[in-house]
Ligand binder design. Structure first.
Ligand SMILES: [Cu+2]
Length: 207
């Protein structure tokens, strides 16, 4: 049942100009007549996060191995652009260009080989497989930094009983929080070999 638990991470980034923040504060004030105020070049509502829209489906990280029992893929950490609010492009860091990063789905007993490419300008990084039973030297710890422009492959086996919902994120010394809140984090679901839940129900992963 635990793999059905919701995976929640605070990944919402809000970008607002000082003008927009001042505007929001003024809008909160009762009795304030905002007619005729100067919005400048910013479109109406540019600072507002959208409401009531359908949740985006997470892109799935494709398994490039054509062999049963092996999950092989590549994750590139790189600068990208996200549009959290209409009319505002926000610079982020993404895995393969997106935040949250692609959803990884593998199965108990699989061997995992994921090549990490660090394309973050002038910063080391790693991928840490949060909560997963991974040997220390494959777990993206701060003592194993991947330099800008470098690649490294993380290899590990998913043991029996490891089915569950996990997440992956950078863990470089001194830059972990910043790289995560700039966008680098994703979900990793390990499916059980024999799933007691009928396949028809499917999985809904929320980040
Ligand atoms: Cu962690």
């Amino acid at each position: 049942m635990h793999r059905r638990a919701f995976l929640t991470a605070g990944l919402v980034t809000v970008f607002a100009s000082p003008r927009a923040i001042a505007q929001m504060k003024m809008d909160d004030m009762p009795g304030m007549d905002m007619g005729g105020h100067d919005m400048g070049a910013a479109p109406q509502g540019a600072s507002m996060l959208p409401e009531g829209e359908a949740l985006r489906e997470l892109p799935l990280l494709a398994n490039e191995a054509g062999t049963p029992g092996l999950f092989r893929a590549k994750l590139t950490a790189e600068p990208a652009t996200a549009r959290f609010a209409e009319g505002l492009d926000t610079p982020i860091l993404g895995y393969n260009g997106v935040s949250p990063g692609p959803l990884i789905e593998a199965t108990e007993g699989d061997r995992v080989e994921i090549t990490f490419a660090n394309r973050i300008p002038e910063e080391t990084s790693t991928i840490h497989w949060h909560g997963m039973p991974v040997p220390a030297d494959q777990d993206g710890n701060p003592m194993d930094p991947v330099a800008t422009g470098a690649d490294r492959t993380y290899s590990f086996d998913l043991p029996e009983g490891s089915a569950g919902s996990y997440w992956y994120h950078p863990h470089p010394h001194g830059k972990t929080a910043e790289q995560v809140y700039r966008g680098l984090a994703g979900a990793f679901v390990v499916k059980p070999k024999v799933d007691p839940i009928p396949a028809g129900y499917g999985d809904t992963v929320l980040v």
